[in-house]
Design a protein around this ligand. Structure first.
Ligand code: S3P
Length: 186
């Protein structure tokens, strides 16, 4: 049995990626899941499917509170009790674990991985691509991300594993995650 198979064997709960916008949760999560041959679910994508409109539209038409309610429902379905032993990779939107109900689900039922990047990296990554992030539309994205770092990092710190994503390629980041998971189960 290879080391990678050995690690897959050990995983006994959903591997959940958390962290601020632009750290690479979806990109790294989907590549990591593909490498391990595990299913990948993106909470934001599931929210969009469930609402039938984009996240930007949910914020604009129904407000952030409605988005957070839906986020809780969707994430509870993805990593809630009945699914808790499933081997899969799930990436969450940056604000998800700021909701105490989601946070306790994640800390209790999942193997949590906090992806961390420098402010400049997050600013750059969120300024390109098609995804509209309503929270960053409210002002200077760099200032907003800085405020979110101050507000959220003490919560993100609770994750089982912390991984820096800006210095490494996706491939190297995946290798690092595998190493950390191996150590977590050692
Ligand atoms: C949010 C992050 C977004 C999305 C929504 C709110 C946040 O997801 O859930 O726009 O509160 O940080 P990403 O972190 O995947 O960009």
């Amino acid at each position: 049995m290879t080391r990678q198979n050995d690690i897959i064997e050990k995983i006994d709960k959903p591997v959940v990626l958390i962290g601020l916008m632009g750290v690479g949760k979806t990109k790294i999560g989907s590549a990591f899941a593909a490498k391990l041959g595990l299913p990948f679910e993106d909470a934001d994508e599931e929210i969009v499917k469930s609402a039938g409109c984009s996240i930007a539209d949910i914020f604009e038409l129904y407000g952030e509170t409605a988005f957070r309610d839906l986020e809780e429902k969707v994430i509870t379905r993805l990593i809630g009790k009945e699914n808790s032993s499933h081997k899969k990779v799930v990436s969450l939107g940056g604000g998800a674990v700021m909701n105490p109900s989601i946070a306790s689900l994640v800390w209790d039922k999942a193997l949590s991985i906090w992806l961390v990047a420098e402010l400049g990296t997050m600013v750059e990554r969120t300024s390109t691509g098609v995804q509209v992030r309503p929270l960053l539309e409210k002002g200077d994205p760099s200032e907003i991300l800085k405020e979110l770092m101050e507000k959220r990092y003490s919560t993100y710190q609770n994750a089982n594993i912390h991984i820096h994503t800006d210095r490494n390629s996706v491939k190297d980041t995946i290798t690092e995650i595998l190493k950390e998971i191996d150590q977590y189960y050692a």
